[in-house]
Design a protein around this ligand. Structure first.
Ligand SMILES: Cc1cc2nc3c(=O)[nH]c(=O)nc-3n(C[C@H](O)[C@H](O)[C@H](O)COP(=O)(O)OP(=O)(O)OC[C@H]3O[C@@H](n4cnc5c(N)ncnc54)[C@H](O)[C@@H]3O)c2cc1C
Length: 402
């Protein structure tokens, strides 16, 4: 794995950091108070290309590979999480289906608009009775002449109230389920029968909007089918691989910021006549935080690196990275809160907000339990493979971690 960041990317990272510090972070407290992101801040993000960092140049994006994209996400994670929610759906789960499995006409029509941030995208998979068990979705799409007619209800759909287009997953053959019975569609805002329902109030992530999306005899033309009819579940999983690496990078960035805040506090706060940082117990907490963060950063980089190579292990490394980084950043937030004492728990410091905000990374786009499930299942499958070829059970070269 090569972790070198090219000069051009270093310069772009510095520019993003500047915009984060000058144009985004100053609004963090106001977003928390009002639940609204200022239009000027979103415009600054659009101008930098942050809605299309990982979208290929030919479709209007910046064309950064996943490794480069992650290094930018880390910068963005120093500001309020609402910025990432709003822009990142366009970068990963709301656009990757079209990018990977869409027709050329679909890519030309929608990707440049998503990459520029002129359109906001959403990804609609989860339903009231199908969360972790995504293959159990019940929204149906029935062929009727040149159209499909969608009926069903999605929930927790990020950006739904402001989205211009939705990547939607629906059952086209209930007998086949995830194995050939789910199809992906692009549904545009304004399509008759598409209703954005109740906005969900969440524990954190003020300023980001998540809502129900209801389909009532919603007629979608067959040109809006993404990829092959029946192959939508695979499309959904490809989108999530990209999303999980992005959330891992977000976790690394937010944890870096938490460590900076914690260092600032323990080196300036005095108790018992000395700086908090002069206590060995505090130093050990800092060392544990730095170790935790560094390990997670490497796991995330590995996932991005493998993603860029299209490795067969992409799904597993993405799941592993999301698991490790999501768990890490919540530990970091909790330790930072401890180091800040009462001021960490109070509303006047950003710690309590970040603590609430990062908690969800262990839940969305696949919970930590489901990430463990993916990792374990692949390990066991590979072990079966060794048995099948009559091996001794020793780890082959491509499975160094067994
Ligand atoms: C803020 C937010 C934004 C979201 N954005 C989107 C979005 O844009 N698009 C979208 O489609 N969805 C979105 N989601 C939905 C999200 O992906 C789901 O919440 C998540 O997949 C978990 O599903 P669930 O909430 O139904 O929990 P459940 O599936 O009911 O799980 C409940 C608990 O049981 C555990 N569990 C379930 N099955 C197993 C098992 N087999 N083994 C061990 N443990 C298990 C889970 O890990 C979890 O701890 C969002 C959710 C949130 C909170």
């Amino acid at each position: 794995m090569d972790l070198t960041i090219p000069n051009e990317l270093m310069k772009f990272k510095a520019r993003v950091r500047e915009v984060v510090d000058n144009d985004l972070k100053p609004h963090d407290a106001a977003i928390e108070a009002t639940g609204e992101i200022p239009a000027s801040a979103l415009e600054a993000m659009r101008n930098l290309g942050l809605f299309g960092t990982n979208t290929p140049c030919e479709w209007g994006g910046l064309g950064l590979n996943m490794f480069g994209n992650c290094s930018i996400v880390e910068e963005l994670a120093h500001a309020h999480i609402a910025y990432f929610y709003t822009s990142s759906m366009n970068v990963h789960i709301a656009s990757k289906g079209i990018e990977y499995d869409g027709s050329e006409a679909q890519r030309q029509r929608w990707l440049p608009q998503l990459a520029s941030g002129r359109l906001i995208g959403a990804y609609a998979l989860t339903e009231p009775d199908a969360g972790s068990d995504a293959a159990a979705i019940q929204t149906t799409a029935v062929r009727d002449g040149p159209d499909y007619v969608l009926n069903g209800r999605k929930r927790y759909i990020t950006n739904a109230p402001i989205a211009d287009l939705f990547t939607v997953f629906a059952v086209t053959d209930s007998a086949r389920g995830a194995h050939g019975g789910i199809t992906a569609f692009v549904v545009e805002r304004g399509t008759q029968g598409l209703v954005v329902g109740q906005t969900h109030r969440m524990c954190g992530g003020r300023g980001a909007l998540h809502a129900e999306v209801i389909f009532k005899d919603c007629r979608v033309p067959e040109q809006n089918v993404i990829g092959q009819v029946g192959q939508g579940f695979a499309t959904a999983m490809k989108c999530l691989d990209a999303g999980r690496v992005n959330w891992a990078a977000y976790s690394v960035g937010a944890a870096t910021y938490l460590l900076e805040l914690a260092l600032g506090h323990v080196t300036t706060r005095h108790q018992f006549g000395r700086c908090l940082a002069d206590n060995q117990g505090i130093q050990w907490m800092l060392a544990d935080m730095a170790a935790d963060l560094h390990a997670a950063r490497l796991v995330c980089a590995d996932a991005a690196w493998q993603y860029d190579r299209g490795e067969a292990q992409r799904g597993r490394t993405a799941a592993l990275a999301k698991l490790v980084c999501a768990e890490m950043v919540f530990r970091m937030a909790d330790r930072a809160m401890q180091l800040f004492g009462g001021s960490g728990y109070a509303k006047d410091e950003p710690i309590e907000r970040i603590w609430r905000d990062v908690r969800v990374i262990r839940i969305l786009e696949g919970t930590s339990e489901i990430m463990r499930h993916i990792v374990a299942r692949r390990l066991l499958r590979e072990r079966e493979h060794i048995w099948a070829i009559g091996g001794s059970g020793a780890a082959p070269a491509e499975m160094p971690w067994i």
